[in-house]
Design a protein around this ligand. Structure first.
Ligand code: KIV
Length: 260
């Protein structure tokens, strides 16, 4: 199953845009599964659900609970587990944790942040049969500031090299976060595997966004996000009406009560 799903993703490069979103819960996964090629259980859940300041605080056991719920309900999409900060610092630790994650959650693949610096770890996981998705450009787990990457020629060269080494090490796709359009285009043209952009322009083989951001659930509005609804407003309106009904004793009515 895993292999078939990954082969399908690989075949889409340059042919059909790959649609990806994040999910942290059963209900969201259930809704998005039929529209997504890939669902990422992202460590962005630290900020989105737990009010953390950075993804560095996210623990692997928290991620496992969410990933189990997402994977159980997802029938169509490839489900990728985002390995949290410091859970893949060396080959041994990375395999121990990735193996545990796959065994406990049944996820199809793991995602690691980094390029050339973590290439031995990526190669080791791939050799051990764990499908890996790369992540280059802006790396939230280690970045000091949230800013666009690839402006200087040194950075451009380094990010392109990261992409090429990841592709040569057997990753099945690469997330490119917050880089200049021209660099995303160059990487997409040069690597053999699909590139998935987030703030990386239309010149990627696919796109990923945080579901909470497109729904207007989070209060984050980066330039690269397109917001498709305002869930906060919908929740606020519903709760306001419920509050009014309870206070005015308009709820519950006979319709909501049990009688003999
Ligand atoms: O954690 C996350 O949600 C991500 C993004 C690529 C969407 O890594």
């Amino acid at each position: 199953m895993k292999i078939i799903k990954i082969k399908k993703i690989l075949k889409k490069k340059g042919k059909e845009p790959i649609c990806c979103l994040t999910a942290y819960s059963k209900s969201v996964a259930e809704i998005i599964d039929k529209y997504c090629d890939i669902i990422l259980v992202g460590d962005s859940l630290g900020m989105a659900l737990y009010g953390m300041k950075t993804t560095r605080e996210v623990k692997i056991d928290t991620m496992i609970l969410h990933a189990k719920a997402v994977k159980k309900i997802s029938k169509r999409s490839l489900v990728v587990f985002d390995m949290p900060y410091k859970t893949y610092s060396n080959k041994k630790l990375a395999y121990k944790n990735a193996h545990k994650v796959i065994k406990l959650t049944n996820c199809d693949a793991v995602k690691l942040e980094g390029g050339k610096k973590i290439i031995n770890i990526v190669k080791h996981l791939v050799k051990k049969g764990i499908p890996v998705m790369g992540h280059i450009g802006l790396l939230p787990q280690t970045a000091k500031k949230y800013k666009i990457k690839g402006k200087s020629s040194v950075q451009k060269k380094q990010i392109l090299e990261d992409a090429l080494s990841l592709a040569n090490s057997g990753v099945f796709a690469i997330v490119i976060e917050c880089v200049l359009e021209s660099l995303a285009k160059k990487i997409t043209n040069q690597v053999s595997v699909p590139t998935i952009g987030i703030g990386a322009s239309k010149y990627c083989d696919g796109q990923i966004l945080v579901t909470d951001d497109i729904l207007g659930m989070s209060n984050l509005h980066p330039k690269f996000v397109k917001q498709y609804s305002n869930i906060r407003k919908i929740i606020e309106k519903s709760v306001k009406n419920y509050h009014k009904d309870v206070k005015l004793k308009r709820f519950p009515t006979a319709k909501h009560a049990y009688k003999f």
